[in-house]
Ligand binder design. Structure first.
Ligand code: PLP
Length: 412
């Protein structure tokens, strides 16, 4: 007998109440109903770190962390080729050099061997990305970082409640960054949060996110200097430099309500991924991203690759969509092959004096430097998992099964 279908609302019912509380309170400078503070406290607690620092998105979070870690002109930060452009962009925003390295051939997360091969005296940080919801191999990364005095920031924009060897993803690096952009497991439209347990780093990150106000503290929600402090004309406000990356409290209210039901949100993603996994496991030409023993994949997407050369990616997608499938994405271009990087190389070559921090420091961002990911990426398939009704997920899995069977039959 089939188990009954289950559905959850697209937006947490409690969000409406929390937003109303913010609106009813009104917008009073430096006073608040406390949603940001609650979000920061509860998120940090759930993800195994001491402090949470809410941000306006999950790119800003990474900029603050890198600034707090002292990443600046000419420093190098190691990032994987399989990631969203935000990851290397955060490095560039610090005037630092993204060193883009290859991934593991089975998990598609950053390769530990590649990290090891690219550490130099200028390496200041590593950003392992929990891509599609799967954490990177964090223990050896933390060991390398400790040996070379390097800061590790987990980019967990896509990983809510993934686990690595018994620990929740986000609790292992010096920092972990999360996104609340609309495709993410916890969303408030746009937003993000940084978590960290080191007092000094966390305070520096809060200041980096809040124009460097000197009197900010680590108190949850402390992102505006109190009136009592700043009313006097002699008051000096800024003793460090930062962007302004605050999260609006209305958005914090929504994110808090979503956090409070995060288990069911994560379960729905896992449900959809399991349904796809049963289908893909029966197919000899579609190979899923490998989730090794001891890992829990949070399945922001269910990701696989087409392993047979004679099957054309666009034909599979067209057949899936024709049968009522929601479609799928190919993954992003390998980060180092996005046209921006070739442009940057050219700009630095042509005008080295305009880019003294990059001249003779920037690697050539060109094909061939990450052969594993360059080989897999053109044949990658990312199926969405954000279904709010198990029946919808089951139906998509059925359509995928029909689609895969069609190709097996056509090519037999
Ligand atoms: C892996 C990864 N890193 C960073 C980001 C950036 O997050 P945001 O869009 O909130 O800036 C995203 C999401 O878009 C992402 O998927």
């Amino acid at each position: 007998m089939q188990s009954p279908s289950r559905s959850i609302p697209r937006v947490a019912p409690r969000a409406y109440d929390y937003v109303r509380q913010v609106l009813d309170f009104g917008f009073r400078n430096a006073h608040s109903v406390g949603m940001t503070a609650r979000l920061e406290r509860e998120f940090a607690e759930r993800f195994g770190q001491k402090y949470g620092i809410a941000h306006c998105n999950g790119t800003a979070t990474m900029q603050s962390a890198l600034m707090a870690a002292g990443v600046g002109v000419g420093d190098e930060v190691i990032v994987p080729s399989f990631t969203v452009f935000s990851t290397p962009a955060a490095v560039l925003h610090c005037n630092a050099v993204p060193i883009i390295v290859d991934v593991d051939p089975e998990t598609w997360t950053i390769s530990v061997d590649a990290i090891r091969a690219h550490i130099t005296p200028r390496t200041k940080a590593i950003i392992p990305v929990a891509i599609c919801g799967l954490p990177a191999d964090m223990h050896p990364i933390m060991e390398l970082a400790a040996a070379h005095d390097i800061v590790v920031m987990e980019d967990n924009a896509q990983c809510i409640l993934g686990h690595y060897k018994g620990r929740v993803a986000g609790s292992i690096g010096h920092f972990a960054s999360f996104s609340f952009q609309s495709s993410k497991t916890i969303t408030c439209g746009d937003g993000g949060i940084l978590v960290c347990s080191d007092d000094e780093l966390a305070l520096a990150a809060r200041k980096a996110a809040t124009i460097g106000f000197k009197d900010l503290t680590l108190k949850p929600g402390d992102n505006v200097v109190s009136e009592q402090l700043r009313c006097h004309p002699d008051y000096q406000r800024h003793d460090s430099f930062g962007w302004n990356q605050r999260l609006p409290e209305i958005a914090a209210a929504v994110a808090l309500a979503e956090l409070e039901r995060v288990d069911e949100l994560a379960e729905m993603r896992t449900y959809a991924a399991s349904a796809f996994d049963r289908v893909v496991n029966e197919c000899d030409w579609m190979i899923a991203q490998k989730t090794p023993e001891g890992y829990v994949n949070a399945y922001w997407t269910y990701t696989a690759r087409i392993a047979r050369e004679d099957i054309v990616w666009a034909d599979v997608r067209a057949a899936f969509v024709e049968r009522g499938g929601d479609g799928f994405y190919g993954s992003y271009q390998p980060a180092h092959l996005e046209p921006f990087f070739a442009k940057l190389n050219r700009a630095v070559d042509e005008n080295p004096e305009r880019f003294p921090h990059f001249a003779e420091r920037l690697p050539r961002y060109e094909s061939g430097s990450c052969p594993v990911w360059e080989g897999i990426q053109p044949r990658s398939v990312m199926l969405k998992t954000n279904y709010f009704n198990t029946r919808d997920a089951d139906r998509q899995a059925e359509i995928l099964a029909e689609t895969l069977a069609l190709f097996a039959a056509e090519t037999a």
